[in-house]
Design a protein around this ligand. Structure first.
Ligand code: SAH
Ligand code: SF4
Length: 441
């Protein structure tokens, strides 16, 4: 197997410009091979062509690969016994099928599992990123909460993820990998069983029966990658999850909502959380761009919504903020005419938040108003709070590399001096690091 290209560069910017600052870091970067997992049928045909598989064999080979990757869940070329050895070798030379590293696994008292997965840097100016994925077993279903971005560009005030700046969008293979890794850990492939220590529904069905795009990030700001991953996950001859069991949650990116219905065809959940624009502007700042009336209009015309396929409206219960009975009545009034389900989410606290969860009595009174209007069992039981795995508690340590630093690194890799603005930042960073070392030492 040919080694992946290695790029090594000492970021010694002074070589080009004696006045330029030095970055003391050394980057030894090995570019990861692209992933085969996450490729759709058309991609697989192109890849097979690229590695020289004759045209008349390509469809058959693509079908075989599809089956190994997405029905059997293998992550080792050696297991693909019906694919000719030379084809496997050529694929392995160019494409990886390894899973991301599981950096941490936590299991809650209630059986909820949370994994911190690490995805590699894609080029020398990036760092690896960590992403959280949560599995929630119930008696009749197992729901996987999948992340779409590392961090979030939006800053909803009650959400922990919103305090982590966007590092980057996840690629389609990274979104899909979260589903596949969960299935690995849960023994959710043909002829496997739930391993000891893991909880999964005991109804004989699949461990991961449902997927919700409710992890880190705003999925509609990463539309193309999320679409590709969900279309592979719902392909009837592969991972084969029903689109009725996949739900995408959005804070209200109105222009992409119709596309979500038309092009992906999964269920929709809207993070509403307030019934007046003034309050929603504060809680979900995206509301300033797409106010409630526009958001609800997009829901009214959501492709595929019907009484059998209702749109879920999520409403986080914040004590003294949005939990009055007048709010409950207004919620019911606003949703008139939309095939809707309401999901009341008790606020899940996180370190540093100023909000409190509404009192249980108040949640019940609020729920009563909603129930009387014909919406059934709306309160979402918090799961996995003890491991910070509940809604809105997800956050990873991954940080964005600032643009100036990326530019400086690229310049160094090209053997050029940084521009003066970036050089000044480098100086300041080096000085701060020296001071910190002096203080700690
Ligand atoms: N970005 C998307 C999906 C991820 S958030 C969105 O905003 O819809 C998934 C759900 O958890 C959203 O409804 C979000 O509003 C809610 N949420 C965020 N922080 C929360 C918290 N601290 N407690 C309870 N729910 C929260
Ligand atoms: Fe982002 Fe959703 Fe959190 Fe808002 S609630 S900050 S959109 S992840």
């Amino acid at each position: 197997m040919e080694a992946a290209p290695t790029m090594a560069a000492t970021l010694d910017l002074a070589r080009q410009n004696p006045n330029a600052p030095m970055i003391d870091a050394v980057v030894d970067f090995v570019a990861p091979k692209p992933q085969l997992v996450g490729q759709d049928r058309a991609d697989l045909l192109n890849i097979l062509e690229d590695i020289g598989v004759p045209e008349k064999q390509r469809r058959m080979r693509a079908r075989q690969l599809w089956n190994w990757l997405y029905v059997r869940g293998v992550h080792d070329y050696d297991a693909m016994t019906n694919i000719a050895k030379d084809v496997r070798t050529a694929l392995a030379d160019a494409y990886s099928i390894t899973r991301p590293e599981i950096v941490a696994e936590q299991i809650s008292q209630d059986g909820t599992a949370k994994w911190l997965m690490r995805f590699p840097a894609r080029d020398a100016t990036e760092q690896p990123v960590d992403v959280e994925t949560v599995y929630i077993p119930e008696s009749d279903r197992g729901t996987l909460c999948v992340s779409s971005q590392v961090g979030c560009t939006l800053t909803c005030t009650f959400c922990h993820t919103g305090t982590q700046k966007l590092v980057r969008n996840l690629t389609a293979d990274e979104v899909l990998a979260q589903v596949l890794v969960a299935r690995d850990r849960l023994g959710d492939w043909p002829d496997q069983e739930t391993p000891p220590g893991m909880t999964a529904p005991r109804d004989g069905g699949r461990a991961v029966s449902n997927v919700v795009m409710m992890g880190m990030g705003e999925p509609l700001y990463n539309f193309d990658h999320v679409k590709k991953a969900l279309l592979i996950a719902s392909d009837g001859e592969g991972v084969s999850m029903s689109k009725r069991r996949i739900t995408l949650s959005t804070s209200g990116v109105v222009p992409e909502i119709t596309r979500c219905g038309d092009e992906i065809g999964v269920g929709l959940a809207i993070s509403l959380h307030a019934v007046r624009d003034e309050l929603r502007n504060e809680l979900v700042p995206l509301n300033k761009k797409y106010p409630i009336a526009e958001l609800l209009e997009a829901c009214r015309t959501y492709p595929g919504a019907s009484n059998a396929r209702r749109i879920t409206f999520e409403y986080v219960m914040l004590k003294g903020v949005n939990d009055s009975l007048a709010d409950a009545k207004e919620l019911v009034r606003l949703l008139k005419g939309i095939p809707a389900k309401i999901n009341l989410i008790p606020f899940n606290p996180w370190p540093g938040t100023a909000y409190e969860c509404s009192d249980w009595d108040q949640i019940e009174r609020f729920a009563d108003v909603v129930n009387r209007a014909g919406y059934a069992s709306p309160v979402r039981t918090p799961r996995g709070r003890d491991i910070l795995a509940a809604c809105g508690q997800l956050k990873s340590e991954s940080e964005r590399i600032p643009a100036w630093k990326k530019r400086a690194m690229s310049a160094a890799l090209a053997g050029e001096a940084p521009d003066p603005y970036d050089a000044a930042h480098l100086d300041a960073e080096r000085l701060a690091a020296q001071q910190a070392t002096a203080e700690n030492g």
